[in-house]
Design a binder for this molecule. Structure first.
Ligand code: HSE
Length: 310
């Protein structure tokens, strides 16, 4: 059995419009890399480097990779422990599953080191527990695609069940404004009750998106990326949100929506679409609202990967 393993887990987009807490999409990049080495016992974090590393705790009880790793050790009933080195590629607080990427990498690395006994559902639970401790809320729509890749549907949470689909080729543009928006705040502003017409609209859009994926109809998929519930409540937290969305659509995106609880906004395009034009338009719209903005252009991705064993 290996003594060390190097793994990666990517950024993800949750909700994708109407699939609040249900839909998720794995991106190809950016991603976090975790190197794990077997130790006598417990979880120790040797280093955290990369984007936003200065704000991330090296205390294994307060670090999403550390918490998920210790949860995975517990589920396996492993005699030993692990020492972790974390390389952050996914910017924390940007709304594209930064803590989920670390959590999935941490749990997945432990599983690889100790015989790969855990099921995907157990790994997702381990990673989601870490998210819960760090962000204060439990939701599975970032950790699921970060582990299994592609487009995922969280079917139920008790017991955890998910469904995975291979998305058709597409380009995803993410506009990340220079704004930190904790998930806890994004959830605090949500309505506790929703109008029946809004629930109906979301079911109609979400179910059509899944049918469109199966039919390989990216235009229909993008057109249905419209949320009538969470986005409206959260939009006031993100200056320029609607302008950024409209800018993406005007520049040729097939659909655009808030990435998870924000503050990032994402758009999808055909694989040969002009992603640079969409990224530029989104960036300019955020800048008009007074926010600096970084953009990412990426295809969907495969989720958790083992990069090296030693
Ligand atoms: N589904 C979660 C939410 C994702 O919208 O709060 C958080 O990234």
């Amino acid at each position: 059995m290996s003594k060390m393993v190097k793994v990666s887990a990517p950024a993800t987009i949750a909700n994708l419009g109407p699939g609040f807490d249900v839909f998720g999409l794995a991106l190809s990049h950016p991603f976090d890399v975790v190197e794990a080495e077997k130790s006598e016992g417990g979880v120790e974090i040797l280093e955290v480097q990369g984007v936003g590393a200065q704000g991330i705790s090296k205390d294994s009880g307060k670090n999403s990779a550390g918490i998920a790793a210790s949860e995975a050790l517990r589920l396996i009933g492993a005699a030993g422990g692990v020492k972790l080195k974390i390389q952050k590629g996914v910017k924390p607080g940007g709304g594209i599953g930064s803590s989920s990427a670390s959590a999935v990498a941490g749990a997945g690395a432990v599983n690889e080191l100790f015989g790969g006994k855990l099921s995907a559902e157990q790994l997702i639970e381990a990673a989601a527990r870490a998210e819960e401790k760090i962000a204060g809320t439990i939701h599975y729509d970032n950790v699921t695609p970060a582990l299994v890749g592609g487009f995922t549907i969280v079917t139920s949470t008790k017991p955890l069940q998910f469904f995975r689909l291979d998305p058709p080729p597409m380009k995803v543009v993410v506009a990340q404004p220079a704004l930190e928006l904790p998930t806890a705040l994004g959830r605090k502003v949500l309505p506790q009750e929703v109008m029946l017409k809004d629930a109906v609209a979301n079911v109609a859009k979400a179910s059509t998106m899944v049918a469109a994926l199966n039919a390989g109809d990216l235009k229909l998929f993008g057109k249905c990326m419209v949320d009538s519930i969470a986005e409206l409540a959260r939009a006031p937290l993100i200056p320029g949100f609607f302008d950024v969305k409209w800018a993406a659509l005007e520049a040729g995106a097939l659909g655009a929506a808030m990435a998870g609880s924000g503050p990032s906004v994402f758009a999808i395009l055909e694989p040969d679409g002009d992603a640079e034009a969409v990224a530029g338009a989104m960036k300019e719209a955020f800048e008009r609202a007074g926010l600096g903005c970084e953009t990412i252009i990426t295809p969907p991705g495969k989720g958790f990967q083992v990069l090296r064993r030693g």
